[in-house]
Design a protein around this ligand. Structure first.
Ligand code: ADP
Ligand code: 5GP
Length: 207
């Protein structure tokens, strides 16, 4: 491939891409990401740290690193987090070393964050492409149905999450891609297509 390209240009094939999936709670980020990871074991998932209590179906170290407030404070202080935020009264943060080590090793890393976290990752100046995907359900009614169906929220936390969702969708124009999660398999195929396209994108060499 190098034979055909001017020196200062490259395509991403063989180098890591940070694929950031954001969007309202209940849009299906975790579901889409789980399926992408299942289909492509070469992808890595960035396991965030959070102070939120673990849900019954979640595994520590797999879905999140569930940590105390004190431990979260420590990670912030030593610069362990690429970005972090408070959401619904709990803190969430992206692990710096886990993400950068995998990108440097040439693996694509999938990151599940809320919208401000996604925009912060774009500003974090990683020496790797950061691709921002905004995932939406087909309608707001369907969003409510999905959050209720998941059975993880009280009326109060559901209302709080919907209020955040209404604010989050205003940032859609700041993203690179918008993916509608109507049928799960179709949404997964769309995200896979984005990753494939980004691997072939021509970029000025920064690696
Ligand atoms: P998020 O990670 O964005 O908060 P989840 O992946 O937890 O969202 O999905 C919220 C709920 O909606 C879950 O119960 C999940 O099974 C369901 N869900 C996800 N995608 C779809 C889809 N395409 N069609 C119907 N239900 C879905
Ligand atoms: P949940 O409690 O539903 O797992 O996540 C709540 C919100 O926090 C979701 O929008 C999810 O994408 C976001 N989130 C998860 N991990 C991180 C993180 O490391 N950083 C940021 N900024 N948001 C995160």
């Amino acid at each position: 491939m190098k034979d055909f390209l001017p020196k200062s240009w490259t395509v991403q094939e063989g180098h890591g891409i940070a694929l950031v999936i954001a969007g309202p709670s209940g849009a299906g980020k975790s579901s889409v990401i789980a399926e992408i990871l299942r289909r492509d074991p070469g992808l890595a998932f960035s396991v965030s740290a959070t102070t939120r209590p673990r849900r019954p179906d979640e595994k520590d170290g797999h879905d999140y690193h569930f940590v105390s407030d004190t431990e979260f404070d420590r990670r912030v202080e030593v610069g362990d987090l690429l970005e972090w935020t408070t959401y619904g009264g709990h803190r969430y943060g992206t692990p710096r070393r886990e993400v950068t080590a995998r990108l440097i090793a040439g693996r694509d890393v999938v990151i599940n964050v809320e919208v401000q976290g996604a925009l912060a990752l774009r500003r974090a100046d990683l020496p790797h492409p950061v691709v921002l995907v905004f995932l939406v359900p087909p309608s707001r009614d369907e969003l409510v149905r999905r959050i209720r169906g998941r059975g993880t929220e009280t009326d109060a936390t559901l209302a709080a999450r919907l209020a955040i969702a209404d604010e989050e969708v205003r940032h859609i124009p700041e993203f690179d891609y918008l993916v509608v999660n109507d049928v799960l398999d179709r949404a997964v195929a769309r995200v896979e297509a984005i990753l494939a396209a980004e691997r072939s994108r021509l970029r000025r060499c920064s690696l």
